[in-house]
Design a protein around this ligand. Structure first.
Ligand code: NDP
Length: 268
């Protein structure tokens, strides 16, 4: 029998997750299917319930349902509790288990695929939404201090307060970044979707700095800005997408796929 999985989001038609999981399954010989399901804005819980009733074994969750997924779980991993957002559900023994693989995915891409060392370095995290919330704790764990900048400063402050005591973290307005420099600048805003650039000052990048945009599929204004400003390495978020998917796949199937091969295939 084919084991069934899915990703739930809205919108979802653009999602590369079905292709990624299909490639993982082919590569590792797993008998499984993975489809994209669009849930109506008020219909996330009902969609999850339908999947459980129909015998699905788990699903991924994407924009805008990660916080709702967190609230729906019977059991949460420590990663999910830190992020207060869930992107991977496992349906087991009548319960919903939830975790968050976004942070693991980001770090795997930065450290393993891009070969960038994080320990003792400074990170600037742009944005304070679900994606940003999922990576603050993993950045601390990797030994980084984190400045969070966001258009709506109250959200950045709220996020920073959540993590105060766990590591070095500050919230800043964009205009307060002038004169500061960072080893790693992560764009976790959705500004690239509208071809916009957060109002960043010149001179943000330290020598050897990595500029990372979580968006993928196009050269964003942030990536163009980083190249002009002399960032040593500029990356989109496709590697993060593949790595967070691999972690979910491992939790479901207990097999680790070769992410390099799948990333190479997607980059073609
Ligand atoms: P949210 O909607 O939760 O948050 C959006 C964030 O972007 C907010 O901080 C918002 O600021 C900010 N923002 C939006 N437009 C602009 C703009 N024009 N200028 C400055 N700031 C802006 O989205 P998510 O956090 O879930 O996702 C953010 C991005 O990360 C998306 O592009 C998503 O595709 C990507 N992502 C990629 C992943 C991967 O695996 N590669 C995984 C997860 C996310 P404000 O609070 O002021 O509204």
């Amino acid at each position: 029998m084919t084991d069934r999985y899915a990703v739930i989001g809205n919108p979802i038609s653009h999602s590369k997750s079905p292709l990624i999981h299909t490639l993982f399954a082919q590569q590792t010989g797993q008998n499984m299917s993975y489809e994209a399901i669009e849930a109506p804005p008020e219909g996330f819980a009902a969609t999850v319930q339908r999947l459980r009733t129909e015998g699905y074994l788990g699903c991924n969750v994407t924009v805008p349902f990660k916080f709702e997924a967190f609230a729906l779980c019977d059991q949460l991993s420590s990663r999910a509790r830190e992020a207060k957002a869930v992107n991977t559900l496992i349906f087991r023994d009548g319960e919903i288990l939830g975790t968050n693989t976004d942070g693991v995915g980001l770090l795997a891409d930065i450290e393993k695929n891009l070969g960038f060392t994080l320990m003792w370095k400074d990170a600037l995290l742009l944005g304070a939404g679900g994606a940003a919330a999922g990576v603050v704790w993993p950045l601390f764990n990797a030994g980084m201090g984190v400045v969070i900048a966001n258009r709506t400063i109250t959200k950045a402050r709220f996020l920073a307060e959540e993590f105060t005591g766990s590591g070095t973290v500050y919230a800043r307005r964009y205009e307060e970044l002038a004169g500061q420099q960072f080893d790693l600048v992560i764009n976790a805003t959705s500004s690239g979707l509208s071809d916009e650039l957060p109002p960043l000052p010149d001179g943000l990048f330290k020598p050897g700095a990595l500029a990372y945009d979580m968006m993928y599929g196009r050269e964003t204004p942030f990536m163009q800005f980083a190249r002009k400003q002399g960032a040593a390495v500029v990356s989109d978020g496709l590697g993060m997408l593949v790595e967070q998917a691999a972690e979910a796949f491992y939790l479901w199937r207990n097999v680790r796929p070769d992410t390099g091969a799948v990333l190479g295939e997607l980059r073609k």
